[in-house]
Design a protein around this ligand. Structure first.
Ligand SMILES: N[C@@H](CCC(=O)N[C@@H](CS)C(=O)NCC(=O)O)C(=O)O
Length: 206
């Protein structure tokens, strides 16, 4: 049995849970991190010295970093197109996965912490406005890309859609004025119709 250590409301845990469900894997998840704690316990730090979630335990094999876990699951248990079949398509999948981590995740994290984890009276309006501006420009890049294809790599879902797909839930469901990005919304609406996305990602944003 594959174990995922990490609380369900973490966007990084959501990548893994959505991916595992799409691949039809039997996964047991434990609530670790955030209000549940446990990620600073010695036995957890032995598995993941960063004290972050998620951590994957597959038999004797232990892996941390959510994008690495998604790649591992698609490589080991998925087939093409989850793990794309050519070097070129894997290159594009990795491009979008790395783009999410390097570019979109930081301003999305600011937005999430300000709008969800900070009380209205303590919010930093300038930080929120700046994060909305940065995120809007980045989501616009993806909107342009999706204007001529249903999913990031073309006609079918792949691991490329997973990190941005998890973040898109927050982008569309947190309360703030967002620009109209029709191709992005159409793609995201398609994701919301998938049972694996509903169960793995569409949990309360807390
Ligand atoms: N780059 C890491 C980041 C992991 C991370 O920052 N996880 C957050 C939750 S989204 C965490 O562990 N926060 C501390 C906690 O939950 O107690 C990954 O993608 O797995």
């Amino acid at each position: 049995m594959i174990k995922v250590l990490g609380r369900a409301n973490s966007v990084n845990v959501q990548k893994v849970m959505w991916c595992a469900a799409e691949l039809g894997l039997d996964v047991e998840r434990s609530d670790i991190g955030g209000a549940f704690g446990g990620n600073d316990a010695a036995d957890y730090l032995l598995k993941n010295p960063n004290g972050r979630v998620p951590t994957l335990v597959d038999g004797n094999y232990v892996l941390w970093e959510s994008n690495a876990i998604v790649r591992y699951l698609c490589d080991k248990y998925g087939s093409s197109p989850w793990m794309p079949g050519t070097a070129e398509s894997r290159g594009h999948a990795n491009q979008w996965m790395d783009w999410y981590l390097a570019e979109l995740h930081p301003p999305m994290t600011t937005l999430f912490w300000q709008l969800v984890r900070t009380s209205p009276s303590n919010r930093d309006v300038a930080a929120i406005e700046s994060a909305i501006e940065k995120c809007s420009a980045l989501w616009q890049v993806l909107d342009n890309h999706l204007s001529s294809r249903p999913y990031l790599l073309g006609d079918q879902l792949s691991m490329a859609d997973i990190p941005v797909g998890c973040s898109a839930y927050r982008w569309h469901c947190m309360e703030f004025p967002r620009p109209d990005l029709p191709s992005l919304r159409t793609w995201w609406t398609r994701l919301t119709e998938r049972p694996s996305y509903k169960s793995g990602v569409m949990v309360p944003i807390t």
